[in-house]
Structure formats: C-alpha cells, structure tokens
Design a protein around this ligand. Structure first.
Ligand SMILES: [Zn+2]
Length: 201
C-alpha cells in the first residue's frame, strides 16, 4: 500500500488529481477551499470540485462558466441550509434515476480509473457529453488524490434544471444567502453558482 494514501480505504481507487479537474486559471490543482480558504492539498483533507461548462454553437469551443473547490465541511454546511423537504425531493430524484452502488461497481469494472469515461454521459439522463450544450462535472478528492466513489460524474443542463425545479423557493433563497457570505468571489461567479445549485448534489 502506498504510504501517501494510507487514509484512503483500500476498496476506493484513486489517482493523482487529473488535468480535467485542474484550476483552469492556474493550470494546476486547486489549492484552497472557496469558502474557508483551507489548504486542500493536506493529505487528509476531503473536498469537492465542481465545474460548469458551456459549449457554443459549433460545439467545438467551450468555456468554463464557473469552477470551484470546496472542502467537505463547508459543502456539508451548505447542504444543511436546504429544507428537509427539498433534501428529500432531491434524494428521491437521484434514487429514481441512478442506482449509485451499481454504477460505482459497473464503472470500476468497465472503466477502471479512466476519468473521462466516468463523466462521458449524464449520470441521470444518460445524455452523451457531445449532445449537451451545458454540463457540470463533479469530483471528490482527498489531498492530491481523486477518489472514484459516487463521483466523478457529469450532469447535463437538463438534469440540473430539473433538480432546481424540485427545490422550494425558501431553499433557493437560503442557498443564495449562504453563497453571499463567500468572500472574494466576483459577483458574476456568485450568480453563476447561485444559478447552478450544483453543490447540493
Ligand atoms: Zn472550506
């Protein structure tokens, strides 16, 4: 067992943070949590990365709408602002569209640690990446390692819209309030994250 990932359970595959999840501004792995600024590259720090991508008409060019890394404790605090009703609805929506344990098992067998394969189709709608105009990528990390568990996955714009529609107005307002506490975020990034609601899932 490699000494530098002794915190990761042996049944979870991991690889060095792949370029797909690098910070597109720096061309390197993310280093800090968006909210609390903690150092993500400490070997036992768990965190999520979300990246939203929009393609243009030709579908040959695409741009990152927003991206961030957030430590797990901040992500959990954000999840807590949701009402019970909203949480239950989102959970039921996921359960209806994907058998998560089965997916993990199938992907491990078919794709190993080929991250591009794990995110090739929308996890909920099965739409191929080439057929989406907008999509979001999610990954789970520990220090300099990416973990293959529930994540990585891709959600198409269509799935994201359906999830947003499940949330109550109160939950949506509470998320906006939470996001407004983020320091140092340019307003357009804040708005993009608000519109995505992605961190909830
Ligand atoms: Zn944090």
């Amino acid at each position: 067992m490699a000494e530098d990932n002794f915190h990761i359970p042996s049944n979870i595959d991991s690889i060095d943070v792949p370029e797909l999840f690098y910070n597109s501004d720096t061309g390197k792995p993310f280093e800090n949590c968006l909210v609390c600024n903690c150092n993500l590259l400490e070997e036992d720090t768990m965190y999520l990365i979300e990246r939203a991508i929009k393609k243009y008409n030709t579908l040959e060019t695409s741009s990152v709408i927003f991206e961030y890394a957030m430590c797990l404790s901040c992500a959990m605090r954000m999840h807590e602002v949701l009402s019970e009703e909203s949480k239950n609805k989102v959970e039921a929506y996921f359960a209806q569209h994907v058998n998560m344990q089965q997916r993990i098992q199938d992907n491990k067998e078919q794709f190993g640690t080929d991250v591009s394969k794990w995110v090739e189709h929308c996890m909920l709608k099965n739409t191929h990446e080439s057929e989406t105009e907008e999509y979001q990528l999610y990954g789970m990390f520990m220090g300099n390692q990416m973990l293959f568990t529930e994540m990585p996955y891709m959600l198409s714009g269509e799935a994201m819209d359906e999830i947003t529609n499940l949330l109550s107005n109160k939950s949506l307002g509470d998320i906006d309030d939470f996001i407004d506490q983020f320091f140092g975020l340019p307003p357009e990034v804040r708005d993009a994250i608000k519109n995505s609601k992605g961190v909830l899932v």
